[in-house]
Design a protein around this ligand. Structure first.
Ligand code: SAM
Length: 316
C-alpha cells in the first residue's frame, strides 16, 4: 500500500513536476537568460523512470513534464511511456510552448499523455516575436489544433501578461474559451533576478477581473487556479496569482530538475541531488523523504525575496 507523504506543514505531496531539459527553442523575455542552447547533463529516460518510481512509492500520483522545452528532447515519448507504466501514477501532463506540438501530439497521446498546457501570451505575430524571439505563432496555433485532434484533454493555454507588452491581449485570449473546450489561464509574472525582477510589469488577476466584469465565478477550484466563465462558453478562464494570492498552504508539489536535483519550492534556489542514490532504493527513499520534509512553508516573492534563476532552468 502506498502512503502519501506529508511535509512538515501537513501538506500532502502528490504532484511531481519533472523538468526534462533546460534547453528551449524559444527565448521568452520573462523566463531566463542566455541558457537556451546549452546542452548540459540531462537525466536519461531510465534515470527519470527510476526517480519517478521512487516518488510514486511515496505517494506521488500526478506527474507534469516541463522544461526548458520538453519537446526538444527526442526521447520525450519514451520517457512518458515509461512513466505511464509506473504503479500509482494516474495523471500525466505536459507543459509546452507548442511550437513542436503538431509533430508530437498523436505520439504523445499514444505514449500515455493525458493533458497538455500550452504557453501562449499573444495572438499577434509581432508581439509573439518580441516576447519569444521567434516567428512561430502559426506553429503554436497548429500545435493546439493537433492536441485537440489527438484527444489530449484537458487543453489549457497559459498566458503571462505584462504591462506595455501584451496586457492589451487579454480580451482576445479570453475569447478563445468561448467556442473551444480550452481553458485560458492567466499566470501572474513572477520576478526572478534573471528576468530583471520587474515588479512594475505584473498584471494581477484582480485587475483583469475588474476589466472583464462579465466573467462569472465557477465553484471549481484547484490548488492554484480559480476559474470563471460565461453562459454558453465551452472553456473556462483561470487565474493563477502566485504573487497577489499566495496558494502555498495548499501546495502539493515537488520538482525534479533535468540534472537530477530536487527543488522543494519554486521560490528558492535550494535543490538537492538524488543522482548519487538513484541505484539504491532505500537511500533514494530516505533522500526524497528528507527533501520533502525540507519544503518551506511558502515562497517569498511578495517580500521581494526572489530566486536567481528563471523558470527555464527549474521548469514552470
Ligand atoms: N517551454 C515550456 C513552455 O513554454 O510552456 C515549459 C517551460 S515554461 C518555463 C513553463 C511555464 O512557465 C510557461 O507557461 C511560462 O509562461 C511560465 N513562466 C516562465 N517564466 C515565468 C515568470 N517569470 N512568471 C510567470 N510564469 C512564467
Amino acid at each position: 500500500m502506498i502512503i502519501i507523504m506529508k511535509d512538515n506543514y501537513g501538506r500532502d505531496i502528490t504532484y511531481l513536476r519533472v523538468s526534462v531539459t533546460k534547453r528551449c527553442n524559444l527565448n521568452c523575455i520573462y523566463c531566463g537568460k542566455d541558457f537556451c542552447a546549452k546542452k548540459e547533463h540531462e537525466m536519461s529516460a531510465d534515470e527519470i523512470y527510476k526517480a519517478v518510481k521512487a516518488f510514486a512509492n511515496l505517494g506521488i500520483n500526478k506527474v507534469r513534464f516541463t522544461g526548458g522545452e520538453p519537446l526538444v528532447r527526442d526521447d520525450i515519448c519514451n520517457i512518458i511511456e515509461k512513466v505511464s507504466a509506473i504503479h500509482g501514477i494516474s495523471a500525466i501532463s505536459l507543459t509546452t510552448n507548442g511550437v513542436l506540438l503538431k509533430n508530437y501530439a498523436h505520439s504523445l497521446k499514444r505514449a500515455g499523455l493525458h493533458s497538455v498546457n500550452i504557453s501562449l501570451d499573444t495572438l499577434e505575430r509581432e508581439t509573439y516575436k518580441n516576447i519569444t524571439g521567434a516567428d512561430a505563432l502559426d506553429s503554436v496555433i497548429e500545435g493546439i489544433q493537433a492536441a485537440q485532434d489527438a484527444g489530449l484533454h484537458p487543453i489549457k493555454i497559459n498566458a503571462v501578461l505584462m504591462k506595455d507588452i501584451n496586457s492589451d491581449e487579454a480580451g482576445k485570449l479570453i475569447s478563445i474559451a468561448q467556442d473551444n473546450e480550452i481553458d485560458v489561464r492567466f499566470i501572474e509574472l513572477m520576478p526572478f533576478s534573471e528576468n530583471g525582477n520587474d515588479q512594475e510589469k505584473i498584471i494581477t488577476g484582480n485587475s483583469l477581473l475588474q476589466r472583464f466584469p462579465e466573467l462569472t465565478p465557477l465553484p471549481e477550484k484547484n490548488s492554484t487556479a480559480v476559474y470563471y466563465s460565461r453562459d454558453g462558453w465551452k472553456g473556462r478562464i483561470g487565474f493563477i496569482d502566485p504573487i497577489s494570492h499566495k496558494f502555498c498552504s495548499e501546495c502539493s508539489r515537488i520538482r525534479l530538475l533535468s540534472d537530477g536535483k530536487v527543488k522543494p519550492c519554486l521560490g528558492y534556489d535550494t535543490a538537492y541531488d538524488i543522482i548519487p542514490c538513484l541505484n539504491d532504493e532505500q537511500q533514494l527513499k530516505e533522500q526524497i523523504e528528507k527533501i520533502i520534509k525540507s519544503k518551506p512553508a511558502s515562497h517569498s516573492f511578495d517580500a521581494g525575496l526572489n530566486p536567481a534563476y528563471g523558470l527555464n532552468r527549474t521548469g514552470g
